[in-house]
Ligand binder design. Structure first.
Ligand code: DOR
Ligand code: ZN
Ligand code: ZN
Length: 415
């Protein structure tokens, strides 16, 4: 394809604070070579990786082992969310500050069963420990007790629509309300991941307006797809939490316009095509998205708000995709373009239109729910630590020199 630079922007390297790069144990779905190639092709130079691997990373030791596996295999810089051990939630207090940016709690998700905290007492213990140790929590906030009740008892087991109806929005709303209540009680810093419904957005925005230390993420896919797409794409857009309706998507965009989310993440969660075509009940939730994230959101911004000055719009985009995550997760040197910052840069052509096909997909899984989309905006070049790691014109990548960031170690006063 012809690269027409036109008037390109230079942006600070983008930060995707929500990826599942599947190491260790699930490398048939994704690995760091492929995942980080997808990242830089999408303008991302730093990722924060999730703990639901095999085994899950629930201890500092496990995180160190993961970091050793990643070293020499990543084009991007990285840090980790350590998983909270459901049986020992109080261990959060002992998480070494250099090991992880934050601690992840899955309140639901049968595909990641060993890491899920459903018990209210355990959950509260985790919130108390995190508040005492000043650890940032990130949460998959869904209550799936209702889902389990309905599974197998309601609807057509082979219908995708009925499957989604068995994972109702009320599960997310209940869990978000519970998180807010625990934040109110203990003052814990909680970042709610992948907000999906209008009601969840209303709840969190109200809590924020009341001054609570609760923040939230929206994902590229909840901003891009609705249930109308799931009818066409089936299990490819099967996600946890589910893709919801047009009114929900509109509400998330309204929150974006108001500057409410702290981050936009991809929740890059690849599964093989074979896994995704096992039928409604068996195919796991999740889709790849780190490569598509910035262009998909930019495409949506230009379509929704065509009257907005592009210079204002691109600043808004980099807030959610660079300075926002850098501040929330305390990544020194990241998220800004100024003297003393890391030389992580993206050259981005805002008006370049192109169609995404499977050929462009760099994730090991080899497919994208965005195939056939006409994108607005293209990443021409990505630079990490002053070196070119992706050049769209030549199609060449750099070398695997990404490093493990230890933010609070560099940040003397936090000990
Ligand atoms: O859709 C999802 N996929 N939601 C999750 O919470 C986990 C993720 C995965 O790891 O596949
Ligand atoms: Zn999740
Ligand atoms: Zn996730």
């Amino acid at each position: 394809p012809v690269v027409d630079a036109g008037d390109a922007y230079v942006l600070p390297g983008l930060i995707d604070s929500h990826v599942h790069f599947r190491t260790p144990g699930l490398t048939h779905k994704e690995d760091w070579e492929h995942g980080s190639r997808a990242a830089v092709a999408g303008g991302v130079t730093t990722v924060l990786d999730m703990p639901n691997t095999v085994p899950p990373t629930l201890t500092p030791e496990a995180v160190r082992e993961k970091a050793a596996l990643v070293a020499g295999h990543s084009l991007v810089d990285y840090q980790f969310h350590i998983g909270v051990d459901p049986d020992r939630p109080e261990l959060i207090a002992e998480v070494e500050s250099s090991i992880a940016t934050s601690a992840k709690i899955f309140m639901a998700g049968h595909h990641t069963a060993p890491t899920v905290i459903r018990d209210a007492v355990q959950l509260e213990k985790a919130f108390i420990a995190a508040a005492e140790a000043d650890v940032q929590l990130v949460l998959h906030a869904e209550d799936d007790s209702l889902f389990a009740l309905l599974d197998g008892w309601w609807g057509d087991p082979d219908s995708y629509q009925d499957y989604e109806a068995r994972r109702p929005r009320s599960g997310g709303i209940a869990a978000v309300a519970k998180v807010i209540e625990l934040v109110r009680r203990h003052g814990t810093k909680a970042h709610i991941l992948h907000l999906s419904s209008a009601e969840e957005a209303d709840l969190v925005c109200a809590a924020r307006a009341a001054g609570m230390p609760v923040t939230f993420e929206v994902t590229g896919h909840h901003l891009s797809f609705t249930d109308a797409d799931t009818r066409r794409l089936g299990a490819r857009t099967r996600l946890s939490p589910s893709i919801r309706q047009q009114a929900d998507q509109d509400r998330l965009w309204r929150a974006l316009r108001a500057g409410q989310p702290s981050t936009i993440g991809s929740d890059h969660a690849p599964h093989t095509i074979e896994e995704k075509t096992r039928g409604v009940q068996q195919s796991p939730p999740g889709l790849p998205g780190v490569q598509e994230l910035a262009v998909a959101v930019w495409t949506g911004m230009r379509r929704r708000w065509p009257e907005e000055d592009p210079d204002v719009a691109i600043t808004r985009l980099t807030r959610f995709l660079s300075s926002g995550p850098a501040e929330l997760f305390r990544l020194p040197g990241k998220g800004r373009l100024e003297a003393g910052a890391d030389a992580d840069l993206v050259v981005f052509a805002p008006e370049d239109a192109w169609m995404l096909s499977a050929r462009e997909v760099r994730s090991k899984c080899g497919w994208s729910a965005y195939e056939g989309w006409t994108m607005t905006g293209r990443v021409l070049r990505t630079i990490r630590a002053g070196r070119v790691v992706w050049d769209a014109e030549s199609g060449k990548f750099g070398t695997f020199e990404g490093r493990w960031l230890s933010p609070r170690q560099c940040d003397g006063d936090r000990g």
